[in-house]
Design a protein around this ligand. Structure first.
Ligand SMILES: [Zn+2]
Length: 468
């Protein structure tokens, strides 16, 4: 997925998954590499500060960022081993300057999001869809980054100009005696661009290699890796939004407006993420249960205090100039949040609930998860392991362990939990934990949701356990 409009048609000259080969291949002058790296870091820090929380998270999940002349421009490659290296040509970045580098990095990150939301192979094979993606990505980049034009390289704008494509489209439709949409309606969603381009009698052919790697699936667009990286970035952006980060909320809402409901797959992705809570709506697909959205929301609240996504107050270019890695800023001094998930082996929690929760928890950055199974006693377990129930059920056993009064196999729980999720049918003597506001109860169907009307009341929701 390379931002590539100037040197079209070039196939990669080395294996893009081979980091050493990439760095060895005709390296640029050291001072060019250094300047390019500085520009890249300054751009990424600006994303985190103000411009694109989503892109900031995506690059945080692409820690390999490799200057190489083996690509003509820049590309985020999703390789089969689950990593997403960013490859960038240092000379290209230096010629672009900071504004241009930001545009290109935003463009590349957005490609991954686009690919995640519109994964349908039939769409992907349509060259017009490729062009439509360029149009909508560049439209969003212009708006989001507050630009009036594409980045300029050697005096000429580079990339697909959405306004130009729209002018051609309007002329084509007018020639056919049809009514074209105005620019704003034309670019309203990612799919309107595609659908409107299809109405053209002579649709424009995309520049040969607008995105070299998209045209060459062998060169690194592994769908699973893209899905993993992007869904994790979106989830963390959603959590940041729920914790009160206005930039994250705005960007996510914009992105949802452009994509949710425009394809079945996109709606499913948003529904699964539980992002409906952001705008107080149910996703259009009926498949996602309310409790899942509810849990994402509640977790965000419980894990809030001590915001981990800490941005430095001063402009990041300064930090970058001093040689600091801008990504450090998001680690901050904040300790990891501790999440306990306790699973009642006497209840009948379907496997998919545990699987879903495992994936969700695994994708939340800055959280360490402790999984417990319990009946009358507590046993730590790893998700995926079989857990066996014994006799009796005791919530108190969980509270005693989590609050440090008992040990398992002689080992006490030495952390302070920020949130405790209880998966249970609710049938056991009621308890009042030391910090009830940290407890979240997920009750199986037919179970007893007493924590909902306990004093003090605790976060509680019924899990729908029907067919999946
Ligand atoms: Zn592109």
């Amino acid at each position: 997925m390379a931002y590539d409009a100037t040197t079209a048609g070039h196939r990669p000259v080395v294996d893009l998954a081979d980091r050493r080969a990439l760095e060895r291949w005709r390296p640029a002058e050291p001072e060019v590499v250094e300047e390019a790296r500085r520009l890249k870091e300054a751009a990424l820090l600006d994303f985190g500060l103000t411009e694109s929380v989503v892109a900031s998270w995506i690059y945080a999940k692409c820690p390999q960022q490799i200057p190489t002349t083996a690509v003509a421009t820049a590309a985020v490659v999703a390789s089969g081993d689950g990593t997403c290296p960013l490859l960038y040509n240092p000379e290209f970045f230096v010629r672009l300057g900071l504004a241009g580098v930001k545009f290109v990095l935003f463009h590349e990150a957005r490609h991954l999001v686009h690919r995640h939301l519109f994964a349908d192979p039939e769409l992907r094979e349509d060259p017009l869809f490729t062009l439509a993606a360029e149009v909508s990505i560049n439209h969003v980049a212009l708006v989001r980054l507050g630009r009036t034009g594409l980045p300029v390289l050697d005096g000429a704008p580079t990339g697909v100009d959405p306004h130009e494509v729209h002018r051609d489209y309007a002329a084509d439709l007018t020639d056919q005696g049809l009514e074209p949409l105005g620019y704003d309606d034309f670019v309203e969603t990612d799919m309107t661009v595609f659908n409107e381009l299809k109405r053209m009698k002579h649709p424009p052919t995309p520049p040969v290699a607008v995105c070299a790697h998209l045209a060459d699936p062998g060169a690194g667009a592994d769908q699973e890796t893209i899905d993993e990286t992007v869904s994790s970035a979106l989830l963390n952006t959603l959590l940041a939004a729920r914790r009160g980060h206005p930039g994250a909320e705005q960007e996510l809402l914009d992105l949802m407006d452009r994509t949710d409901g425009t394809s079945e797959h996109a709606s499913k992705v948003w529904g699964r993420l539980g992002a409906g809570t952001l705008r107080g709506e149910t996703a259009r697909t009926g498949k996602v249960d309310w409790w899942q959205r509810w849990l994402v929301d509640v977790l965000a609240t419980k894990l809030r205090e001590g915001e981990r996504l800490v941005y430095p107050k001063k402009r990041g270019a300064l930090l970058a100039a001093l040689g600091h890695d801008p990504m450090l800023s998001r680690r901050g001094a904040e300790r990891e949040k501790v999440l306990v998930i306790a699973y009642d082996t006497s209840g009948s929690m379907p496997d998919w609930v545990v699987e879903w929760l495992t994936k969700l928890v695994g994708e939340i950055d800055g959280v360490s998860a402790h999984w417990l199974s319990f009946d009358g006693v507590v046993m730590p377990f790893r998700p995926g392991e079989r857990v066996y129930g014994g006799g009796g059920t005791s919530f108190q056993a969980v509270a005693d362990y989590v609050e440090g009064r008992t040990a398992v196999g002689g080992v006490p729980f030495e952390e302070t939990a920020d949130a405790v999720v209880m998966l249970t049918d609710g049938y056991a003597p009621h308890i009042t934990p030391a910090e009830p506001d940290k407890w979240i109860w997920l009750i199986t169907e037919g179970g007893d949701d007493w924590p909902d009307h306990h004093t003090p009341q605790m976060a509680c929701h019924r899990v729908t356990t029907g067919d999946r």
